[in-house]
Design a protein around this ligand. Structure first.
Ligand code: NAD
Length: 283
């Protein structure tokens, strides 16, 4: 099956990054969001990313125009009826993703693979909202998508080998390196990363150290390119909290309880870089 038209649900930081890499690989991309202004913001972000690549002479001005020319946007999910493959990258809420998959199952022809960029929601639960669970799979890109090489490809219990192979090949076409994971909460990446970030928030909560010191310890002591609190701000604190909740609910193990300070920040609307304030302030 050849994939020429690629659908992306959600024009946020992950969705617009995925749209960019798909368009850069030569595909026609349709990116959807709930409001026109979110679509425009997504396109603006892609345009700025491409400008940086032109400046660094990684691509030409002509490449930039061609990539942008391959991306269209819509606020109607119904328009996904014409795409060959979908990746969903809407906010990390189970009820919302369930509804999107139920709708996509009705809208898209039966052969179309419906993938999700979820950070932690079990693929099997999402697949169960459709009548094509063999064609539902996790395609978990890393942030920022155009820069990070990894895509975690997650098989649900019913995902077919054909769906897996097609998704794997697509990752390679995008210039990414896929890694295979099975369907348990958090998969591999966030099962390991998120408890570390949560523990860093506990260190701040219990005044073991200030944010800058916690991040310095992990950068210089453990050779991490970025401290865990700065990384949490980049990921989005709402997303971090949602992942911890999924780990906690999925395993019923108290070691995954979200730090109360993380919840407090999210409730205050301090979501990290995207809202201008998280563990650090951004102008
Ligand atoms: N942020 C990260 O580092 C990261 C990394 C890997 C995976 N993810 C996952 O990617 C997904 C998106 O995360 P993000 O960081 O891009 O969030 P974000 O908040 O930047 O973007 C989410 C977008 O989804 C849109 N949306 C909401 N409901 C929608 C609907 N019904 N249809 C279409 N669009 C809708 C929102 O308007 C918003 O623009 C989440 O599942 C998240 O867990 C995030």
């Amino acid at each position: 099956m050849s994939i020429e038209k690629f659908g992306v649900i959600g024009a946020g930081q992950m969705g617009n990054g995925i749209a960019q890499v798909a368009a850069a690989s030569g595909m026609e991309v349709l990116m959807s969001d709930i409001k026109e202004e979110f679509c425009e913001k997504g396109i603006g972000n892609i345009s700025r990313n491409l400008d940086r690549m032109v400046k660094k002479e990684k691509i030409s001005e002509g490449d930039k125009t061609a990539i942008l020319g391959r991306i269209r946007t819509t606020t109607s999910l119904e328009d996904m009826k014409g795409v060959d493959f979908v990746v969903e990258a809407a906010v990390e809420r189970e009820d919302l993703k369930f509804k999107i998959f139920e709708d996509l199952d009705r809208i898209c022809p039966p052969g179309v693979i419906l993938s999700t960029n979820t950070s932690s929601i079990p693929i099997g639960r999402i697949a169960a909202q459709t009548s094509r669970s063999d064609k539902v799979i996790g395609m978990h890109f890393m942030n920022p998508v155009p820069v990070m090489k990894l895509v975690e490809v997650i098989k649900g219990i019913a995902t077919s080998e054909e769906t897996f192979q097609l998704t794997w090949d697509l990752c390679e076409k995008f210039g990414k390196t896929p890694a295979e994971a099975n369907d348990y909460p958090g998969f591999i990446a966030n099962r390991i990363l998120m408890p570390m970030i949560n523990e860093a928030v506990f260190c701040l909560y219990q005044s073991v150290g200030k944010a800058e010191d916690i991040d310095t310890v992990m950068k210089l002591g453990m050779n991490h390119p970025m401290g865990p609190l700065a990384l949490a701000d980049l990921i989005g604190l709402d997303t971090c909290l949602a992942i911890m909740e999924t780990l906690y609910d999925g395993f019923k193990d108290s070691k995954y309880r979200p730090c109360p300070l993380l919840r407090k920040y999210v409730e205050a609307g301090w979501l990290g870089r995207k809202s201008g304030r998280g563990f650090y302030q951004y102008t």
